[in-house]
Design a protein around this ligand. Structure first.
Ligand code: CP
Length: 315
């Protein structure tokens, strides 16, 4: 394993993270992938380091993946469930954070519904802060694991043509993919219902095309986003059937194109809505590779961000 060597102190988003730092995080992620393929998957890298996972919003993949990454690196792990905490008794985020700070944690992994909450947290604590999804803002480790899965499949990111399909307006996954992939030299087209594509998105260097068949014809890979069914009650999406007809990724739709298009999905999947089961479970999909790469790249993030603390401890 190489020495920890990135220029950022926290991972709050992929906006502004340099190409070199992203490449270092991905390269180390591939080294940790090899560790995960060994019979004994644990390394002593973060022995004596305390990490707390603060999840104020529901999560399956990200929460389990961070916990596994921390344990594979031999860190001491504390899990905080918002529903079982004193937040129920009216305590605010700042007090909760200051108490956690007083417990001398080395790193905080936080998911929170408020955009910018992880940046705010990084101003209150000495600990390394890692954003596990802050509202509609960013989900940087998801962006990294998506890039790792693309690099694994294609061998490079520069020049790749990537479609991002779905509810772009509410998606932190879309934003982290856009910031990361543009920095790494990929081209992006976003696609979805017109009212779910924010007008500012083209300022980020991506183009917009609301015709999913045209995007599939152009793309090397597409990242299919979950349609937030809970928003259908708000009238944002007319019906499951209409959405599937216009934007759903089905084998019928894919078979019109004489090339293999790699399919990514961050989960949770709504089978039969944004993607059909036979596509999600088919050879073109890298969805389970994304899950495995997620553990590896989160190990890489923890290793690089906590590296300076380890060397301070040795001094
Ligand atoms: N991809 C993702 O963030 O999934 P979870 O909400 O289950 O963590």
């Amino acid at each position: 394993m190489s020495e920890p060597a990135i220029s950022i102190k926290h991972l709050l988003g992929l906006e502004g993270v340099s190409r070199q730092d992203i490449q270092t995080l991905l390269d180390t992620g591939f080294s940790f992938r090899e560790v995960l393929d060994r019979p004994i998957k644990k390394v002593p890298t973060l022995t004596g380091i305390n990490v707390v996972n603060l999840f104020f919003e529901s999560s399956t993949r990200t929460r389990i993946s961070f916990e596994l990454a921390e344990k594979r690196l031999s860190a001491d792990v504390t899990n905080f469930a918002a529903s079982a905490s004193s937040l129920n008794k009216g305590e605010g985020l700042k007090d909760t954070i200051q108490n956690i700070h007083a417990m001398r944690m080395d790193a905080v992994v936080m998911r929170h519904p408020a955009p910018g909450s992880t940046r705010q947290l990084s101003q209150f604590v000495d600990a390394v802060v890692i954003n596990a999804g802050d509202g509609t803002h960013e989900h940087p480790t998801q962006g990294l694991l998506d890039m790792m899965s693309l690099q694994e499949r294609f061998g490079h990111l520069k020049g790749l043509k990537i479609g991002i399909i779905g509810d772009i307006a509410h998606s932190r996954v879309a934003l982290s993919n856009i910031f990361g992939l543009i920095t790494m030299g990929a081209e992006i087209k976003v696609c979805g219902p017109g009212h779910l594509i924010p007008p500012y998105i083209s300022d980020l260097g991506v183009s917009i095309n609301c015709d999913v068949d045209e995007v599939l014809e152009w793309a090397d890979a597409v990242n299919v986003l979950r349609i937030q069914r809970e928003r259908m009650g708000e009238g944002i999406i007319p019906s499951v059937r209409e959405y599937r007809n216009r934007f759903g990724i089905t084998n019928e739709r894919l078979s019109k194109h004489r090339k293999e298009i790699v399919i990514l999905h961050p989960g949770p999947i709504n089978r039969g809505v944004e993607i059909d089961s036979d596509v999600a479970d088919g050879d073109q999909a890298v969805i389970l590779d994304q899950v495995l790469n997620g553990v590896a790249v989160r190990m890489s993030v923890l290793f690089h961000l906590l590296g300076s603390r380890l060397s301070e401890g040795e001094a």
